[in-house]
Ligand binder design. Structure first.
Ligand code: SF4
Length: 339
């Protein structure tokens, strides 16, 4: 029903007007606060935008006192959800456990994405997480260690067993977001990881976004170039609600455009400005107008707008339906690709 209504509204109003009306109703005030509590990651995944990040931004963490202040101010502002993942692995923060408990006590819905390499030391904090995304690619040791270099398959697999033993997956919205490549063996993937999650959200591995001369550019990693699906760039009908729905804060307090803005180079202000001022930032408003007018410059080459062919989409739907019928695991593969 929702999808049908959306189709009608898009037809009547067109994308720009639809985004304007929808965001006015739904996102007059963002409900999601994204906070990069750390800048450091212990993995070097070839598909990650970190490959293209400025070296100076690859290491660091936000001080605990600052995090506490942001969370308290954020609650007063009206945020409901806290997401602590953008450019890094959040469990590397030495105060991860405290931060999750503190945030839960303030009433946030906690959303974490982790590569699962540090689960034993993060267990206490993970008990306060409502939505837990596990980031693993690879359907066996070899493919896992290629995509999650230099993490160790056996260690991560064992960590996920520890997670299951300590936090029942039925009590948590626990899932994997899988960026699939041409070579991904979905059956083996589901068989390997299914027991640790409730579902697996399947998507396509996209080129990484990088900031270049004021705009977002999409870049394939040549080391895995042959593994990406072939995409074409959209020429119209651009929809992205990130600048409307979230305020995104880097580990050093800079405000980012969205979770793909790894270099935090836009003039979007600083967390010290306060949330109201951030919301009224001139560049943020310009960005929104670009979507209303459907005349994108900043985001024109975002990987979000790289789409696979209809044939690839149909084949993916078919394959996923087929695999789900085979009941390989109690977890299901989910595929809802929005073009
Ligand atoms: S279109 Fe891409 S770069 Fe622009 S705000 Fe959305 S996710 Fe970020």
């Amino acid at each position: 029903m929702k999808a049908f209504l959306k189709k009608i509204l898009l037809k009547v109003f067109g994308y720009g007007k639809y985004i304007q009306i929808y965001s006015f109703i739904k996102y007059r005030k963002p409900k999601v606060l994204r906070l990069d509590i750390a800048a450091t990651c212990n993995a070097q995944c070839p598909m990650c935008p970190r490959e293209h990040m400025e070296k100076s931004r690859l290491v660091g963490k936000m001080p605990l006192d600052q995090i506490k202040k942001i969370l308290i101010d954020g609650k007063k502002f009206g945020f409901q959800t806290l997401k602590v993942y953008i450019t890094s692995e959040p469990t590397v923060h030495p105060d991860f456990n405290f931060i999750m408990k503190f945030s839960k006590q303030l009433g946030y819905i906690n959303h974490v994405s982790t590569n699962a390499s540090l689960i034993p030391r993060a267990l206490e904090g993970l008990k306060y997480v409502d939505n837990l995304q596990i980031s693993v690619e690879g359907w066996d040791k070899e493919s896992y260690e290629k995509f999650r270099y230099p993490l160790n398959f056996d260690k991560v697999y064992n960590n996920l067993k520890i997670l299951n033993q300590n936090i029942d997956k039925k009590n948590q919205n626990r899932y994997i977001h899988l960026p699939m490549t041409k070579n991904t063996d979905l059956r083996k993937f589901l068989k390997l990881w299914g027991e640790f999650v409730n579902f697996i959200k399947v998507d396509y591995m996209q080129p990484a976004n990088l900031f270049s001369k004021g705009i977002m550019k999409s870049e394939y990693n040549p080391k895995i170039k042959d593994e990406y699906y072939n995409f074409t760039r959209k020429e119209k009908d651009f929809a992205c609600f990130d600048p409307f729905a979230e305020i995104v804060v880097a580990y050093d307090g800079k405000i980012m455009l969205c979770c793909l803005d790894f270099n935090a180079k836009y003039n979007l202000g600083n967390i010290n400005d306060g949330f109201e001022e951030i919301l009224n930032n001139r560049f943020r408003k310009t960005m929104k107008k670009q979507f209303y007018n459907q005349k994108l410059s900043t985001c024109r080459d975002c990987s979000m707008f790289y789409v696979p062919s209809k044939e690839v989409l149909q084949n993916t739907y078919f394959l996923i339906n087929q695999i789900n019928k085979e009941k390989i695991s109690d977890a299901k593969l989910l595929f809802r690709y929005i073009q």
